[in-house]
Design a protein around this ligand. Structure first.
Ligand code: ADP
Ligand code: ADP
Length: 222
């Protein structure tokens, strides 16, 4: 069974009288352990697709199964629950909380999920080690370089051990060299067995994945 199964997924937005077909009959699978890039130009539907894959939104038509669960049938609270268990999000702009230390940023989602303190300490330490930033755990985001901030954000995404890491333009706010370091980190995490999906407009980023899913005008291009 694929980890992600999209079949005939469509999503519309209404702009006045005209419906915008943000996703039009999109079908693809992602298997456990794959490293996939979803690539397309601005306006092609990447964010819409990311929101559906990440259970932030549901399709208007079609089937989306996440690790065997039919997402369209879930209620809002169940959607949040499957999102928290299955997906680790990484964003272009890091989205770290500025007043919290690196450690506290990584810990926060675990606290929300009710993970007890001792177990949190083990998970946070492990996650910070996996991005090689345990020695920066007391730093606040502003005291870290951009690349380090993104690595903290990756540690936060990994702390709960989700099967999928979903990264939206993870190198978009970084210079080329630092962005490449983030890609190398994602490759190492992939080599350790994590399923990784990177959403990008950048062919130089997408070409580093095992497989590219190209999207244009809301459709998969083959
Ligand atoms: P990308 O992430 O590739 O830039 P999006 O998924 O954001 O693409 O957008 C796909 C299409 O849907 C575009 O035509 C965009 O203008 C439209 N769209 C996205 N979000 C909305 C919205 N909330 N309301 C109306 N149209 C939207
Ligand atoms: P990089 O070599 O990854 O580009 P920097 O040269 O920006 O990183 O930072 C080197 C070290 O200095 C980092 O490990 C970081 O912890 C620390 N550092 C960076 N910026 C600040 C700052 N504004 N205040 C305190 N420490 C900082």
């Amino acid at each position: 069974m694929p980890l992600i199964h999209c079949e005939g997924v469509s999503k519309y937005y209404r702009m006045g009288d005209e419906p915008v077909h943000a996703l039009d009959n999109v079908s693809f699978d992602v298997e456990q352990g794959e490293f996939v890039a979803i690539m397309g130009p601005s306006g092609s539907g990447k964010s819409t697709l990311m929101n559906i894959i990440g259970c932030l939104d549901v399709a208007d038509q079609g089937q989306y199964d996440l690790d065997g669960t039919a997402v369209a049938r879930l209620k809002d609270n169940q959607l949040a629950e499957i999102r928290n268990r299955k997906i680790g999000f990484v964003f272009q702009s890091f989205n770290l909380l500025p007043r919290l230390s690196a450690y506290e940023n990584v810990e926060l989602p675990l606290t929300y999920r009710g993970v007890p303190r001792k177990e949190r300490a083990i998970l946070v330490t492990k996650a910070l080690e996996s991005v090689e930033l345990l020695d920066r755990k007391a730093h606040r985001p502003a005291e870290l370089s951009g690349g380090q901030q993104q690595r903290i954000a990756i540690a936060r995404a990994l702390a709960g051990d989700p099967p999928i890491l979903l990264a939206d333009e993870p190198t978009g706010a970084l210079d080329t060299r630092t962005g490449q370091e983030i890609m190398e980190l994602l490759k190492r995490l992939h080599a350790l067995g994590r399923t990784i999906i990177v959403i990008t407009h950048d062919p130089a980023i997408a070409s580093q994945a095992q497989r590219i899913i190209r999207i244009r005008d809301g459709r998969i291009v083959v």
